[in-house]
Design a protein around this ligand. Structure first.
Ligand code: HEC
Ligand code: HEC
Ligand code: HEC
Ligand code: HEC
Ligand code: HEC
Ligand code: HEC
Ligand code: HEC
Ligand code: HEC
Length: 452
């Protein structure tokens, strides 16, 4: 729950800022700014310096001001100055046209650390979630994935120089826009090598982690937006984790698509409850307060299984506490379902996980055997068996598991188990051939497009 005092403060600020916003808008309409009038109006609600940022940017970057004006924070008097001004000693400090020659330093980069000044609880929860350090790790820390990005996708194997702009392109246009990036700076303290902007787990030069705008798009920073499934869909989609597609084909998604226009999306934080909506969205199940549960920015909190990695286990350690997660997720469902249906759904997922793990274990036994006998190619992307192994867990297997978790029958079956069954049979045939002939078939009969 937010402290009542904060709310009252915000309301008082709205009264003041109402005038300011009209002042800025009026100046824009007139095109030739009426400086005398505008200054008087603006000085009432924010510092003179902050007013200058708004005033000039209303002319230079009107799109930013227009979206900022629509947000609750603008109405509470939170301006460019609060989020973009940094200490001169910050590694990210630079100056823009409007601050050059003054003592004011700014940065276009704004991490969760800035938000933590006013929203410490949300940032604290976020930092404990998979959306923070863990999200950036594959792209930034793991050699295996860097090899995938730079060597294979970046065509180093065809002679493209590692680190060249075109070699970096797959990372910059793909992984880092979802997972995040490690921002690198040039001599003017501005980001270089397309390492900014980045996705949810972006790591900033001052050591801070996290880009809150992935769900609360700048510069409106809306709660209503984050409650809609589209806020998650920029990342949670596609052949390897089609959460958005699964949701839209589920009964819950059907209700969202047919009735969502009539739902109330902008209830106060923690006060968004059944009645405002008739079926849950991603946020309802994974984040929002509902019934006894408070809102959390730790998306791992309500999860039991790990449904993303090669073998599914109950979550533990840095991935969360699966036993506790199961209890919390159940509390979400009890707002709208009786125990019989919830039991059926929970059991189905447990059974799906058990079956999936059987497939995965069987494939792994074959893989290890081929490895021991020297019957795997060095480059897994030219080896049909290893390609299929990857598709088994990373594409078809995730679709089966996540489809079952969130009631998407087409993904659980046709894009999931049905394909796993085909993939493993092809793997068996390749395995048998290699063992019998003591050699790798050539060329690979697997074309690199995944089963879909
Ligand atoms: C509540 C905090 C907040 C406020 C208020 C705010 N910004 Fe931002 N701004 C951000 C965040 C967060 C980003 C994204 C930074 C990142 O990805 O590292 C951003 C990015 C930017 C960028 C760089 C991205 C781009 O589109 O070029 C500019 C320019 C910018 N803001 C200008 C402004 C101006 C002008 C104002 C005043 C109207 C303002 N901001 C108010 C938080 C804020
Ligand atoms: C007199 C006009 C003017 C004023 C005042 C002004 N700016 Fe700017 N600002 C600009 C222009 C023009 C640009 C784009 C060119 C540049 O970066 O110099 C810019 C760029 C920016 C950027 C993006 C920098 C980047 O690298 O993309 C941010 C962030 C920003 N300003 C924030 C602020 C803040 C915060 C204030 C108030 C402390 C402020 N500005 C005051 C005109 C102004
Ligand atoms: C200087 C303090 C301050 C900073 C810094 C700040 N906020 Fe806020 N924020 C507020 C206040 C005050 C409100 C409450 C406004 C209201 O409810 O009227 C708020 C409300 C919000 C809301 C709820 C909006 C809604 O639609 O109800 C979101 C989301 C939010 N902030 C995100 C952020 C993010 C993300 C950052 C960092 C990029 C940030 N804030 C930085 C003070 C701040
Ligand atoms: C900018 C991209 C992006 C957006 C938007 C996004 N996510 Fe994620 N999410 C990720 C990434 C990347 C991971 C994988 C984290 C990891 O590596 O462990 C993830 C992981 C998760 C996980 C599993 C956590 C774990 O550690 O295994 C859940 C649950 C989740 N997200 C829910 C959501 C929900 C709900 C929304 C919308 C309200 C959302 N996400 C929006 C990128 C995003
Ligand atoms: C469209 C957005 C998107 C792109 C592009 C993307 N990912 Fe992901 N990735 C996600 C999401 C979302 C998850 C979490 C899915 C889940 O929890 O089921 C994820 C999960 C992962 C995981 C498992 C979680 C973990 O941290 O161990 C790894 C590893 C990974 N991605 C690596 C990459 C790499 C490397 C690239 C680029 C070569 C990439 N991803 C491209 C969105 C994306
Ligand atoms: C994965 C998506 C996602 C990300 C990332 C995210 N938020 Fe939120 N945020 C939400 C959702 C959903 C709500 C609405 C919860 C509800 O229904 O009340 C929310 C609500 C809020 C609120 C309103 C008060 C509250 O706690 O409900 C604030 C403030 C806020 N977020 C700040 C932040 C900050 C700061 C960050 C970055 C650390 C951030 N958010 C990152 C999804 C996200
Ligand atoms: C009816 C509630 C509900 C809705 C709606 C929902 N989910 Fe889920 N989600 C679940 C459950 C239950 C699980 C599996 C939890 C467990 O046992 O681990 C899950 C699992 C996940 C996972 C896999 C985490 C992992 O283990 O790798 C991701 C990612 C995810 N959901 C994201 C989303 C996104 C994005 C949306 C919206 C497009 C969404 N969810 C909608 C309930 C829901
Ligand atoms: C806000 C209310 C709400 C919440 C919360 C909710 N559901 Fe539902 N759910 C519904 C409604 C309404 C339907 C449509 C029932 C129908 O088919 O007539 C539905 C349908 C379903 C279905 C499809 C089968 C059926 O009854 O048609 C499953 C499975 C399901 N929910 C499981 C869950 C699980 C598991 C959770 C918790 C993780 C959950 N739901 C949370 C409202 C909710």
């Amino acid at each position: 729950m937010r402290p009542v005092l904060c709310r009252v403060g915000a309301i008082a600020a709205v009264l003041l800022v109402g005038g300011i916003l009209t002042g800025v808008a009026a100046a824009k309409e007139a095109r030739l700014p009426n400086l005398a009038k505008k200054e008087i109006v603006i000085k009432r609600g924010m510092s003179e310096e902050a007013a200058k940022c708004v005033e000039c940017h209303a002319r230079k970057t009107p799109g930013i001001i227009e979206s900022w004006k629509k947000g609750k924070m603008a109405h509470a008097g939170i301006t460019c100055y609060d989020c973009h001004v940094v200490d001169k000693s910050s590694p990210m400090a630079s100056q823009c046209e409007g601050t050059r020659g003054t003592d004011t330093y700014i940065s276009p980069m704004v991490s969760s650390k800035t938000c933590a000044r006013c929203h410490p609880a949300e940032v604290d929860q976020f930092l404990k979630s998979g959306h923070a350090r863990l999200a950036g790790a594959p792209v930034i820390e793991k050699e295996k994935f860097q090899k995938l990005m730079y060597y294979h996708e970046g065509a180093a194997f065809m002679g493209n120089k590692i680190g060249s702009p075109s070699n970096r392109a797959p990372r910059a246009s793909g992984c880092q826009m979802c997972h995040g990036t490690k921002v690198e700076l040039g001599p003017d303290n501005k980001p270089i090598k397309e390492t900014w902007p980045g996705g949810v787990g972006t790591r900033y030069p001052d050591g801070s982690i996290g880009n809150c705008t992935v769900c609360h798009t700048r510069h409106q920073f809306s709660v209503a937006e984050a409650r809609k499934p589209e806020a998650c869909a920029s990342c949670h989609l596609g052949p390897d984790h089609p959460d958005m597609e699964i949701y839209l084909e589920s009964k819950h998604g059907q209700l969202y698509l047919t009735q969502g226009d009539e739902w109330k999306w902008d209830s106060a934080p923690d006060a968004w409850q059944p009645g405002d909506y008739t079926a849950p969205t991603c946020a309802t199940c994974h984040m929002s307060g509902i019934g006894d549960l408070n809102t959390t920015h730790n998306v791992n909190e309500r999860l039991k299984w790990d449904l993303v990695h090669p073998r599914s286990e109950i979550r533990s350690g840095e991935r969360g506490d699966g036993e506790k997660g199961a209890v919390l997720m159940r509390k979400v469902c009890t707002n709208c379902h009786g125990p019989t249906q919830i039991d059926a759904q929970v059991k189905t997922l447990d059974n799906v996980v058990a079956l999936y793990n059987q497939y995965y274990d069987k494939a792994t036994v074959m893989l290890n055997d081929l490895k021991a006998k020297g019957l795997l190619k060095k480059d897994p992307w030219r080896d049909g068996f290893q390609e299929l192994y990857y598709f088994l867990w990373h594409h078809t297997g995730r679709r089966a598991r996540q489809g079952a978790a969130m009631n998407g029958p087409d993904y659980a079956h046709w894009h999931g188990f049905f394909q796993m069954q085909q993939v493993i049979k092809d793997m068996e045939d390749l395995y048998n051939y290699r063992i019998k002939n003591n050699k790798i078939e050539s060329p690979s009969h697997v074309m690199s497009t995944a089963p879909d």
